[in-house]
Design a protein around this ligand. Structure first.
Ligand code: CO
Length: 180
């Protein structure tokens, strides 16, 4: 089921989310709704608080090119994800966020992260993630901590976007998907 996306100004986006009980019977439906909502909005990552659910769950689905130029699909559910370590090496990329329709920001983040999480089958995972997937996951884990991508830029940089942010807060922004 496609659900509306909570946008900037909604209090749930600024609150840390709660640890998920792996035996929570509502998880399969929640995960399915998160994929539906993300795909409908053409997103590549979504955190549960973005659909108004205060739980530490993330879905990611994106395609990227391997070093041999093959298209690879990365699709994963991250339950209770935790970043164990970050690389010193950082990279700046252009990020968007479904909770900020139309806004794009240049954000600097570590290129590699070691992450542990439980997948949708409740199986423990621990992996080194890199590149686009690493950046997406850092952005989404920030959501679980109530941190937004505008919190990652300087006040000076943020001042350039005050007008856009005000428009989003007042819900006067165009979006191709349903927003709250
Ligand atoms: Co986001």
């Amino acid at each position: 089921m496609i659900l509306p996306v909570y946008t900037y100004g909604e209090k749930i986006l600024e609150k840390p989310s709660e640890i998920v009980d792996l035996n929570d019977p509502t998880l399969p439906e929640l995960i399915s709704n998160m994929f539906d909502t993300m795909r409908n909005a053409n997103g590549i990552g979504l955190a549960a608080p973005q659909i108004g659910i205060n739980k530490r769950i993330i879905v990611v689905e994106t395609k990227f090119l391997s070093s041999s130029n093959e298209e690879i699909l990365f699709k994963e559910v991250f339950i209770n994800p935790k970043i164990i370590s970050y690389s010193d090496y950082k990279i700046t990329t252009i990020e968007g966020c479904l909770s900020f329709p139309e806004l794009q920001l240049s954000i600097n983040r570590p290129l590699f992260i070691d992450v542990e999480w439980y997948n949708e089958n409740k199986v423990y995972q621990c992996k080194l993630l890199s590149g686009l997937v690493s950046i997406i996951l850092q952005h989404e884990i920030d959501h679980l901590n109530g941190v937004l991508f505008i919190d990652k830029i300087s006040q000076e940089e943020k001042n350039k976007f005050l007008h856009d942010l005000k428009k989003i807060k007042q819900k006067k922004v165009k979006s191709k998907y349903l927003i709250i």
